[in-house]
Design a protein around this ligand. Sequence first.
Ligand SMILES: Nc1ncnc2c1ncn2[C@@H]1O[C@H](COP(=O)(O)OP(=O)(O)OP(=O)(O)O)[C@@H](O)[C@H]1O
Length: 313
Amino acid sequence: MEKENAIEVAHVQKRFGDRVVVHDVSFAVRQGEVFGLLGPNGAGKTTTLKMITTLLRQDGGHITVNGFDTLTQPQMVRRQFGLTGQTATIDQDLTATENLVIFARLNGLSRSAARARAAELLASFDLTNAANQRLSEFSGGMRRRLDLAVSLIGAPSILFLDEPTTGLDPRTRAQMWATIRDLVQQGSTVVLTTQYLEEADQLADRIALIDHGRMVAVGTPSQLKQQIGGSRLSLEVPAASWTTPAQAVVQKVLSGPVMVEKRTVTADLGPDGLPAVNTILQQLQAAGVPLSNFAMQEPSLDDVFLRMTVGKN
Ligand SMILES: Nc1ncnc2c1ncn2[C@@H]1O[C@H](COP(=O)(O)OP(=O)(O)OP(=O)(O)O)[C@@H](O)[C@H]1O
């Protein structure tokens, strides 16, 4: 059976004064997936997230979260999710346990249930040893993990992570990724915004690419990569004199442009893919063109990002 979408955003628009910062954006987030909102600075990611989480009202279009409308049922919508990126709401002078207990009590848990939930979350975020440490003594990575723990107190089915690993070192970032993957394994739906393409590539099942308030593309990381031309073929010949015959063979098989730089011939494979590579290799052999190196490279999300977005004016 087809699962209901966790979030539906339909033709949403947002203006600040006369300036339209989100134009007719539509997408759906499926239950249990990690959905990445990606785009350059000022693209409208945070504004979109704020509308979904009822912190801002859209000027046009509809948004539902687990079937509840953000404009007419905002309280029901708020019960569906946890939100991180709100470290400001955490008290620096209190310990990790005290902070978690306060949030758990605010979520309606009894004193003993709140303490139990705090201990459970500290354990799952590897913070048990820091349970009685004040947050002012926490490192950036520990704080980020506690922030995520706080957002999970109410066991939400949807989690919004606004740039969850900005400013973290590579090891701590990898730990956060593992934590997020665990949450998804347990059935959570995650929407994350990120500036890190690698993060989107690592975590997101699907990505919406936003630029200047418009949706530029939506799809799995590999669909987005294919949209900008599929894999790239790169052939290196042992001497510069071989580049012309090698280029001629590649040009005969592929329709797009073939580039030559020193002893290397490169071209986008386009939709022809592997069969074209086979033909090229056979024809090179038949023409007696030797190769010193051969590579096929998938475009990176960086390539997608750079080709599909313009960024700030
Ligand atoms: N309250 C506001 N009033 C006026 N303009 C705003 C307001 N909030 C955001 N904007 C503008 O809307 C545009 C989109 O901002 P938004 O914060 O959604 O972008 P973003 O994609 O999250 O960018 P970043 O990656 O830099 O966080 C920006 O040009 C921003 O200056």
